[in-house]
Ligand binder design. Structure first.
Ligand code: PDD
Length: 291
C-alpha cells in the first residue's frame, strides 16, 4: 500500500512528497514539530500535543498553518489513509517559503505544513521494553530554549548517534552541574532506593514531554511518590530503576547507564507498572475505521 502524506493542503504520495528548497525549515530549522503515538486505532494525547504545538508556535511568533480543529482532523485522516493502527503521526510546521534571509519573511508568508504517518510493530516495541535498553551520558550542549519543540535537533542527532555507536539506545544529556537534563529524544527518570520517582522539573532544561505528563498522572493513580527535581549522573548510576519516556517509546526501562547495570540489570517493577498503567491515564481519540 502506498503511503500518503499531507503537504500544504494536499494528500500526496509519500514517495514523491516535496517541500520547497527555500522552506525556512530546511534553511534555518525555523520550524516546529510534534510526534503523536497511535495505539490500537487510537491517537494518544492529541490534545496535549496540539497544546504544545500551540505553545511552540507562539514562542516563535509563528502562525497556525490551518486552524487547530482542522489540523487535528487531518492528523486522524493521515493515519487513516495510511491504515496505521499502531504507529506514529508526525506534524511539522515551518515559517514558510521565502528567499533565504535571516529576518522573518513578510507577514503574508504562509506557514508550511507536513503531516505524515507510519506504522510501528507493537510486538517489537513490547519485546524491547521487556529487555530494557542501555543509555550513555554525554554533555548537554544544546541552546537554552529546548522547551520549544523545534526541528533544530543537531546536538540531539549527534548524541543519539554516539549512543548507538557505543551499543546504547539513548544518550542522557548532562548539564554543567552534572545533572541529567533529558534524553536526546526522551525524558529521563529514575526510581530511588526508597521507591520515589524522580524526574527533572519541566521549568527549564528539558522539553515538557506529553508522555511525561501522562506518566506523572499514572504515577498518582498508582499511589507512587514523585519528586520533580534534578538528579545527578551518580544518583542515576546508583538508582533502583531508570526509565525514559516519549511518544515513540512510551515508558522504556533503562537497564544500563554508561555500561553499568542499573540495579540487577533488568527492567524495574515501577517502570513496567507505569508502562502498563500509561494508556489508562492517557487521552485516546479513536481513528474510526482505517481504510
Ligand atoms: N521526541 N525530550 C526530547 C528532546 C524529545 O525530542 C522528546 C520527544 C521528548 C519526549 O516528549 P513526548 O513525550 O512529548 O514525546 C523529550 C520525539 C518523540 C521525537 O523527536 O521523535
Amino acid at each position: 500500500m502506498a503511503r500518503i502524506a499531507y503537504v500544504n493542503g494536499r494528500y500526496v504520495p509519500h514517495a514523491s512528497a516535496q517541500v520547497h528548497i527555500d522552506d525556512r525549515g530546511y534553511q534555518f530549522a525555523d520550524s516546529v514539530y510534534e510526534v503523536c503515538e497511535i495505539v490500537d486505532g487510537m491517537m494518544i494525547d492529541r490534545t496535549g500535543h496540539l497544546d504544545r504545538l500551540d505553545r511552540s508556535l507562539g514562542e516563535l511568533a509563528m502562525g497556525w498553518p490551518l486552524d487547530r480543529s482542522a489540523l487535528a482532523r487531518v492528523m486522524i485522516e493521515v493515519a487513516r489513509r495510511n491504515r496505521v493502527r499502531d504507529g506514529l503521526v508526525y506534524v511539522q510546521v515551518s515559517r514558510g517559503v521565502a528567499p533565504r534571509d535571516h529576518p522573518f519573511p513578510p507577514a503574508a508568508t504562509r506557514p508550511a505544513i507536513v503531516i505524515t504517518a507510519r506504522r510501528v510493530d507493537p510486538a517489537a516495541v513490547a519485546r524491547k521494553a521487556a529487555a530494557g535498553v542501555a543509555v550513555i551520558t554525554v554533555p548537554d550542549n544544546r541552546w537554552e530554549r529546548v522547551d520549544i519543540k523545534t526541528t533544530g535537533l543537531l546536538p540531539n542527532v549527534l548524541a543519539k548517534q554516539q549512543a548507538l555507536d557505543s551499543g546504547a539506545a539513548e544518550a542522557w544529556l548532562v548539564d554543567a552541574d552534572g545533572m541529567v537534563t533529558e534524553g536526546a529524544s526522551t525524558n529521563a527518570w529514575i526510581v530511588t532506593g526508597q521507591g520515589t520517582l524522580v524526574t527533572r522539573p519541566a521549568r527549564s532544561g528539558i522539553l515538557r514531554g506529553i508522555t511525561r505528563a501522562t506518566v506523572l498522572r499514572a504515577a498518582t493513580d498508582l499511589g507512587l511518590e514523585v519528586e520533580e527535581r534534578p538528579f545527578s549522573v551518580g544518583e542515576a548510576h546508583g538508582a533502583r530503576e531508570a526509565f525514559m519516556t516519549s511518544a515513540t517509546s512510551r515508558v522504556m526501562p533503562v537497564v544500563a547507564i554508561d555500561g553499568r547495570p542499573v540495579a540487577n540489570g533488568h527492567p524495574g517493577q515501577t517502570a513496567m507498572a507505569l508502562r502498563a498503567a500509561y494508556l489508562d491515564a492517557a487521552e485516546k481519540t479513536p481513528l474510526g475505521r482505517t481504510r
